[in-house]
Design a binder for this molecule. Structure first.
Ligand code: H2U
Ligand code: ZN
Length: 343
């Protein structure tokens, strides 16, 4: 066996959180593109949009009027995918028709009353208020009987299916563990039992030593392009201290999280010279009452843009039928994000 050359040889990398593989084909980033070209999102200029259903004082699609809120604002999703009063049932016909009812709640969190802001354009103190709102929602929804997981996320940009440029995110809380969280609970649990430390804590220590994929860091959080990244400029944000949820962060760590979120989103906007689209969200311990010391709080950023603001990655062909694949290596992407801002 010869020694690996990550920058030229096609190879597979393992994601230890999900136990899924990604095919890395570094040489392919040179290929020409004559396919669909997206238009880069222009920044929103209006501080208040009378037609926006999230701006303070405006009527929402469901008919309710928003209060004249000044900070963050949380409301129950008017078109919730999950509802608390769902009747309880399960079917299983010969293991081929299997279904169970699913109860839960969905909420929307406005990050700011200002229609024209994004996390990248907000100041760190205001992002800190968003971190506290996320924490309150995790605690409040997680404490409800029958709620075993709380998923906090943000869809940013029309390309990611975001319905409105007003800065906002969502929380879905439900009875069972969604697929991605279930995979991470399993692998982190097994790792913890075998090694007596969290998987992401050990991984972070190695990444800091290698210093190849780190994008930015502060005293409490590190942002890096994971070794197993699938999306072109995917970023993983990991807490330096092994905590299992936002509720275990100290006030200083909350501020550290707010600061690193600003760092990442500003780098994205700088590198692509656009209001950068992504889906981001937190993975936290299930809220089933168990302690889950194996679970290490983190956030994933999944941006669809490839190379430029106008070329988007599609998960098609081999990726739908076989496995995910990437062209630009995580090492190269991390370097570009690092260089997007002066050190
Ligand atoms: P995005 O985060 O993907 O943009 O979705 C916004 C959510 O806001 C979406 O789930 C909800 C939609 O159901 N919504 C309301 O609850 N009330 C409204 O008036 C419009 C949108
Ligand atoms: Zn608005």
């Amino acid at each position: 066996m010869s020694s690996p050359d990550f920058s030229t040889d096609p190879h597979r990398r393992l994601n230890p959180l999900t136990r899924e593989w990604v095919l890395v084909s570094p040489h392919r980033s040179q290929r020409p593109w004559q396919g669909q070209v997206e238009t880069a999102a222009a920044p929103v200029e209006l501080e208040y949009d009378p037609a926006c259903y999230l701006c303070p004082g405006n009527a929402r699609a469901g008919g309710v009027t928003n209060p004249a809120y000044a900070g963050t604002f949380v409301f129950t999703n008017d078109f919730a995918a999950l509802k608390p009063e769902t009747p309880d049932w399960a079917i299983n016909e010969e293991s081929l028709f299997v279904a169970t009812s699913e109860a839960g709640q969905c909420r929307v969190i406005c990050f700011s009353p200002r229609h024209d802001l994004t996390l990248a354009r907000m100041d760190v103190a205001d992002i800190g208020r968003v971190v506290r709102a996320w924490t309150e929602q995790y605690v409040e929804l997680g404490a409800l009987p029958g709620i075993r997981s709380v998923q906090i996320f943000e869809n940013r940009g029309a390309m990611m299916g975001c319905s409105n440029p007003h800065p906002h995110g969502q929380v879905w809380a439900n009875q069972t563990l969604p697929t991605e969280l279930a995979k991470e609970v399993l692998s982190q649990g097994e790792y913890y039992r075998a090694h007596g430390a969290t998987l992401l804590g050990d991984y972070l220590r190695l990444e800091l030593r290698k210093a190849e994929r780190i994008v930015c860091a502060n005293h409490h959080f590190v942002a890096l392009v994971p070794f197993w990244a699938v999306w072109p400029f995917e970023v993983l944000v990991v807490s330096r201290r092994a905590v299992s949820g936002l509720d275990q962060l100290t006030a200083e760590e909350q501020a550290g999280l707010a600061a690193i979120l600003k760092q990442i989103t500003v780098r994205y906007d700088q590198l692509f010279r656009t209001s950068f689209p992504y889906t981001m969200g937190f993975h936290q311990r299930p809220t089933d009452g168990a302690e889950h010391p194996s679970f290490h709080l983190h956030a994933h950023f999944y941006p669809p843009l490839l190379r430029s603001a106008t070329v988007k990655k599609f998960m098609v062909g081999y990726e739908m039928l076989g496995m995910p694949q990437r062209d630009i290596t995580p090492e190269a992407a991390a370097g570009m994000l690092r260089d997007a801002l002066p050190a």
